[in-house]
Design a protein around this ligand. Structure first.
Ligand code: F3S
Length: 396
């Protein structure tokens, strides 16, 4: 691929080993995907932050990149394995906390803002329509491409770090117009409301895409959707269909730019019921309830505070969110109400990336994405339900 003189200098080591290694990663990717050039990115979101995912090998890579490497663009972080302030109350052991802090220190050394949230678009890392970015975290990639109309491929941990240290990414995939049109039409024939149902819809469409081997759905039949519903949908369709971009008629900004595909799949009540049934295990004994996958918005927290006001939870209950959102909740008085009910805030982390395997038997949550990963990673039984149903279960 063709590099500018500055990019060539990066590759030749003029800016140090970390930048050189970053440009090696990016130019190799560019060659593999036949990119013609590098483009500038507005921001980066890095995933792979929990020490339980990284281990010592990941930490070695980070330390190498942090040795002289400094971010050139706005760069934020995915959730870590623990709440930085409240880890003891969440049952995280000291050894893990020490190692997690080593990871966060390495990112801080590079100048990364330790937002530790999978919803960067809710807390200040907000690209505009058409802007090129380099994000990891499948749910945020899907949201930024589809709902905002920004442009990113689904980056891995190393390629996102490389983009942060150079401000560049190779121009291929979703950065290019011709790769962004819808490939299969999904007509949704049933009304869909609430984060849990949008998660079910994401699984229903994602499962079909998986079978069709196509990745960009064009969805019709949805008359309105909130930010929270779309964030749940994005997380789910990215999990079950590997989707990084969708178009939703009258909802997402690029839907009107592309023709509706001819291949059509109808999503009816039977398909939705089947998808929902697959998100609940039989004979489940629920001892853990969590809200906030992807990380809860201030609107969801305000709703939860109303639902929990004057009640007491009888099971472990986590509210997972980004720390800036938690600060808003503190100021608005929501934190006090929620904690008085016995629920716990787990800022900076979530029920999937926290090291909690073996602690619980069955979990209820409003997120189809969490259902998949909690089952796979912690081997808990799971049940999906709306936030209202989660509160009923938690306060039984
Ligand atoms: Fe975020 Fe964890 Fe869900 S990273 S999308 S809350 S699995």
């Amino acid at each position: 691929m063709k590099l500018t003189p500055e990019e060539q200098d990066m590759l030749n080591g003029k800016y140090g080993r970390a930048v050189q290694k970053s440009m090696e990663i990016l130019s190799t990717l560019g060659d593999i995907y036949k990119a013609e050039r590098m483009i500038d990115v507005y921001s980066v979101q890095i995933a792979g932050v929990s020490y339980s995912n990284l281990g010592e090998a990941g930490l070695d890579f980070l330390s190498e990149m942090a040795d002289g490497g400094t971010v050139r663009v706005l760069t934020t972080l995915n959730p870590a394995g623990m709440d930085r302030d409240n880890w003891q109350a969440l049952g995280i052991d000291e050894e893990f906390a020490k190692n997690q802090n080593r990871v966060l220190d390495a990112f801080a050394k590079m100048g990364v803002i330790a937002t530790a949230s999978c919803t960067p678009y809710l807390i200040g890392n907000v690209p505009h329509f058409g802007q090129h970015i380099s994000w990891a975290e499948s749910s945020a990639v899907c949201y930024s491409n589809s709902v905002i109309g920004a442009r990113t491929n689904r980056e891995g941990g190393p390629s996102a770090i490389a983009a942060a240290l150079t401000g560049k990414t190779p121009e291929y995939g979703y950065h290019i117009d011709k790769n962004r049109h819808g490939q299969v039409l999904f007509e949704v024939e049933v009304p869909v409301t609430g984060t849990a149902q949008y998660g079910v819809l994401g699984k229903a469409i994602g499962d079909q895409l998986d079978q069709l081997g196509k990745k960009i759905p064009y969805i019709t039949g949805i008359s309105s959707a909130t930010v929270e519903e779309l964030k749940s949908f994005c997380a789910s369709i990215a999990t079950y269909g590997g989707t990084a971009l969708f178009h939703m008629e009258d909802i997402t900004p690029e839907a009107r730019l592309y023709p509706k595909p001819e291949d059509k799949v109808v999503i009816n009540k039977d398909i939705m019921d089947k998808a929902k049934a697959e998100l609940t295990d039989p004979d489940i004994e629920i001892d853990f309830v969590s809200i906030g996958c992807p990380h809860a918005s201030i609107h969801e927290i305000s709703n939860l505070a109303k639902l929990l006001k004057g009640k007491n939870v009888t099971k472990e209950f986590w509210v997972t969110t980004g720390r800036p959102t938690k600060r808003l909740a503190d100021e608005a008085g929501y934190t006090q109400i929620i904690e008085k009910a016995g629920a716990k805030f787990a800022a900076d982390t979530c029920c999937v990336v926290a090291p909690i395997t073996g602690r619980f038997k069955g979990m209820m949550i409003d997120s189809a994405k969490a259902c998949y990963y909690v089952r796979a990673r912690h081997k808990y039984k799971i049940k999906i339900g709306s936030i209202e149903e989660c509160v009923v279960e938690a306060t039984k």
